[in-house]
Design a protein around this ligand. Structure first.
Ligand SMILES: Cc1ncc(COP(=O)(O)O)c(C=O)c1O
Length: 368
């Protein structure tokens, strides 16, 4: 009997598989939609991939028969120069998702705890569960939906090994301040780290006050930074992310890494995209303009929203989230709903001006 062979540990059976934003082709197939379907569900760059990243791919096509550089040498050099950190302070992953799993595999053990905001990016809990560690969830503040940093500091115990803060936060777009970082660091027990997940940092990079993980890492504080090429750089399909930390921490994270975890095309495109300044500026401007466009639209519809610094915004439609999600889907617009945590809200990725306008039109139609 197959079922008798499937007795697995609690760590596996308790895992809840990640629910990604619905792919465009799946929605077209399921709903029989012939026209254009737009996906504003996974915080990808609506302008597409970095042109410099794509141009760099031509040169590697003849070498695709070879394994990629497992050490990501060229990409490591490029990131190390851009962030002004030493090359051995970096670890690369198949998306920052993989680096989150490496954190769990390398640093967490049975009986350990992680502290997170609630709701937050679900992979932190998945990494903890896989390692047999417990996830302590601290609700976000009710109105602004920010991390409740004082409550998180109070939830830290001697069992805490990792405190995860996405900054800007997913799913709300809120940020924590420099003083908040200090508060969390002051509360850490000797064996713990603060993980600042900066998947969306490129959207706030112009703000000199924004707390960057690298500042604390360079000063020797127990901080680990996470970044990705999936958001502003427009390379989600290539799956490249990385972690920044003290070299001793990186050595430990490297232990469970599989030898060729970052594919060749991703390494090459990411290194080129990092210095695609025109595209970076264009993407930031599209995002800032798009936030203003959506907020103006929400105001016209009399809806409240959560202030955001990321490339998505949470709007309170006042109607059940799942029903609104389905109604928008029928009109060819894929957004994200979290009915358990945010019962009347939707999270919408900032699109192009045309996509934002189409979303606002559809939203209005679904509300009436
Ligand atoms: C906060 C946060 N961290 C990490 C990731 C993972 O990014 P990736 O694995 O594509 O690098 C995401 C993706 O949505 C995210 O929102």
């Amino acid at each position: 009997m197959i079922s008798e062979r499937l007795l697995v540990s609690d760590r596996i059976s308790r895992l809840i598989p990640y629910q990604p934003g619905k792919p465009i082709d799946e929605v077209k197939r399921e709903l029989g939609i012939m026209g254009e379907v737009i996906k504003l569900a996974s915080n990808e760059n609506p302008l597409g991939p970095s042109p410099k990243g794509i141009a760099a791919l031509q040169a590697i096509l003849p070498t695709l028969a070879l394994y990629p550089d497992g050490a990501c040498h060229a990409l490591r050099q490029a990131v190390s120069e851009k962030l002004a950190v030493s090359p051995d302070s970096l670890i690369f992953g198949n998306g920052s998702d993989e680096v989150i799993h490496m954190l769990g595999l390398s640093l967490l053990e049975e009986g350990d705890e992680i502290v997170v905001g609630d709701p937050t990016f679900v992979l932190y809990e998945a990494a903890a569960t896989l390692a047999g560690a417990k996830t302590v969830k601290v609700p976000l503040t009710p109105l602004e939906m920010k991390h409740d940093v004082a409550a998180m500091a109070a939830a830290i115990t001697p069992k805490t090994r990792l405190v995860f803060v996405a900054n800007p936060h997913n799913p709300t777009g809120s940020v924590i301040s420099r003083a908040d970082v200090e508060t969390l660091l002051a509360a850490l027990p000797p064996r713990a780290f603060l993980v600042l997940d900066e998947a969306y940092i490129e959207y706030v990079e112009d703000d000199p006050e924004f707390p960057r993980s690298t500042e604390w890492i360079k000063a020797g504080a127990p901080v680990i930074g996470l970044r990705t090429f999936s958001k502003l750089y427009g390379l989600a399909g290539f799956r490249v992310g990385y972690g920044v930390a003290a070299p001793e921490v990186i050595c430990l994270l490297n232990q469970p890494r599989s030898p060729f975890n970052v594919n060749l095309a991703g390494q090459v495109a990411a290194a080129a995209a990092l210095y695609d300044d025109d595209f970076i500026a264009q993407s930031r401007k599209n995002n800032d303009d798009g936030i203003a466009q959506l907020i103006a639209g929400f105001e016209k519809l009399g809806l409240s929203w959560v202030p955001t610094r990321a490339n998505f915004i949470v709007v309170n439609t006042g109607k059940p989230a799942k029903a609104m999600f389905d109604a928008l889907l029928k009109r060819g617009i894929i957004v994200r709903a979290f009915p358990k945590d945010l019962p009347t809200h939707l999270r919408v990725t900032i699109g192009t001006p045309e996509q934002n306008a189409r979303f606002l039109e559809a939203l209005e139609a679904c509300l009436t």
